[in-house]
Ligand binder design. Sequence first.
Ligand SMILES: [Zn+2]
Length: 270
Amino acid sequence: MIDLHNDVFIKMDKQKFAEYIKDAEQNGVEAIFVSVWTTEMEKPMEQVRRCRQVIDEMDTRVKLLLHIEDAGFVNEGNIDELLSYHPYSVGLTWNYDNPLAGGAKQEGSLTPLGKVVIERLVRAGVCIDVAHLNRKSFWQVVEGSRGIICTHACFDEVCPHGRNLDREQVRALVDMGGLIGLTLVGEFLGGRTRDDVYAHIKYFIDNFGESGLAIGTDFMGTMDLPSGLEGYSDFKGFWEYLEKKGLSKGVIDKIAFGNAKVFLNTYNKL
Ligand SMILES: [Zn+2]
């Protein structure tokens, strides 16, 4: 599988991180977006640099993609340094407004600096992650863009929540060839069973088809996980469960890795 969102890097030292990635590899994980969540960090750029270094030194078949969650510390003076660490994707905010844009729990807009930062990121081939933006900022970022990713969210029509994507947002992302990582956070799913996860998958397929959907677990970023879906070793059973629910092997493979590969092949890496 390919996981569009995992916070393991900020939770563990290098040794434990390596063990975690080894375990992921043994469970068939092909690629992980390794998130550096910077909101509460004192020296975010230093942590981004360290993450790049740790990823580069890792001896693994798992493709590790550097992701920044909350680029509020980025400005015209340090964006060159950020780009030198080759992030694959960058989320402008976490849940709160910052100097770039408006977060999911507040009302802010995309700012002039936010526009400059996006322009620089896009020009450098970095994907923009809209997962934590509020709806206003989402539309300001998405309008006229391509290659947009939403690394971890669920669907508002299944479970109304400020962190979930409404129908128009999903439509826009699918139509532009974007990628959505369905996340495993119980609060956003509206429950903590595999059936709750399935409800979101079924909603997507019934309304938008088979392309554009992937998984962004938020492992190590939340304890609020569905029972029986708490680590990579649980996915084998989850794919079998989806098959029993009536999804074809082809569709399950698209969600597990196929759709993500199409996106990653289009926008840079893999
Ligand atoms: Zn997050």
